[in-house]
Design a protein around this ligand. Structure first.
Ligand code: PLP
Length: 260
């Protein structure tokens, strides 16, 4: 049975809320298979990240050499970067594999911990983000990467600066009774996806959405459908979120069916 493999390049979150575990669950729920490269181990709880232990560049290279000599990859999803010296490796894999890449430019944990400083965020912007097929920042990330306090202006700047074909800005962390995600493309009006806000604070929503999207693209869905279905899936996983710790709840990725 042919199941597309999605190369997920992400950090490990021991709570299982975010990072590679989120990716694996979200990809599997769409009917894909996740291949996993760990950029960093982390020490964190369901509220915030305390420490990041980057994977040495040589180790990542050796893991990828073994993996990519063996397994075919249909799409790539990139989340947390462990250290800036990993960026040229990741850029090389996107170029060599020539498959769609969904990049979630993780700059800060939901609990507030900075995961990339300004210099590292600048390198991410220059080296990696222009290679994305779809960028999936949240509104705070787009403001920082696009260099404007207005998220809309920043999104248009980021689109122009990176030259990416698709940018989905998520609004889950913005105030309001509705969650508005905006899909930007060069030369087209933004498309707004609006969802009633699900009460609560969540950990791992961004990873869930980006991975589900990568899997949907790998399954061959057109971008509009992949975006709609990945968001719908994430919304349903959040609606039945569980709380394994005392902090934020995590999406029930295995309970949300792939349909929709
Ligand atoms: N830990 C890892 C490994 C992550 O990749 C991320 C976000 O992508 C986080 C923690 C923070 O997740 P959240 O912002 O949902 O708390």
């Amino acid at each position: 049975m042919a199941i597309p493999s999605i190369l997920c390049i992400a950090g490990h979150d021991p709570t299982g809320g975010a990072g590679l575990q989120a990716d694996i669950e979200a990809v599997a729920a769409q009917g894909g298979h996740a291949l996993g490269l760990v950029t960093a181990l982390t020490a964190q709880d369901t509220d915030n990240v305390q420490y990041v232990y980057p994977t040495p560049r040589e180790s990542m290279q050796q893991q990828a050499d073994c993996l990519l000599a063996d397994c075919a990859v249909s799409a790539i999803k990139i989340g947390l970067i462990g250290s800036p010296d990993q960026l040229p490796l990741l850029a090389g894999w996107i170029r060599t594999l020539g498959v769609p890449a969904v990049i979630d430019p993780v700059l800060r944990a939901g609990g507030g911990a900075a995961l990339l400083d300004d210099r590292q965020a600048g390198l991410l912007l220059d080296v990696l983000l222009p290679l994305a097929t779809v960028l999936v920042p949240n509104a705070a990330e787009v403001r920082r990467l696009g260099g404007d306090t207005d998220a809309e202006t920043a999104a248009l700047r980021l689109l122009h600066r990176t030259g990416v074909p698709h940018l989905l800005v998520t609004g889950g962390d913005e105030p309001g009774s509705a969650v508005c995600n905006r899909w930007y493309r060069p030369g087209a009006d933004p498309v707004v996806f609006e969802w009633p806000r699900i009460p609560g604070r969540f950990h791992g929503a961004g990873c869930t959405l980006a991975s589900a999207l990568a899997a949907r693209i790998a399954l061959g869905e057109p971008m509009a459908q992949a975006l709609a279905r990945a968001q719908d899936y994430t919304n349903r996983a959040l609606a039945s979120a569980i709380a394994p710790g005392r902090g934020r709840a995590i999406p029930a990725r295995w309970a949300a069916s792939r349909a929709g």
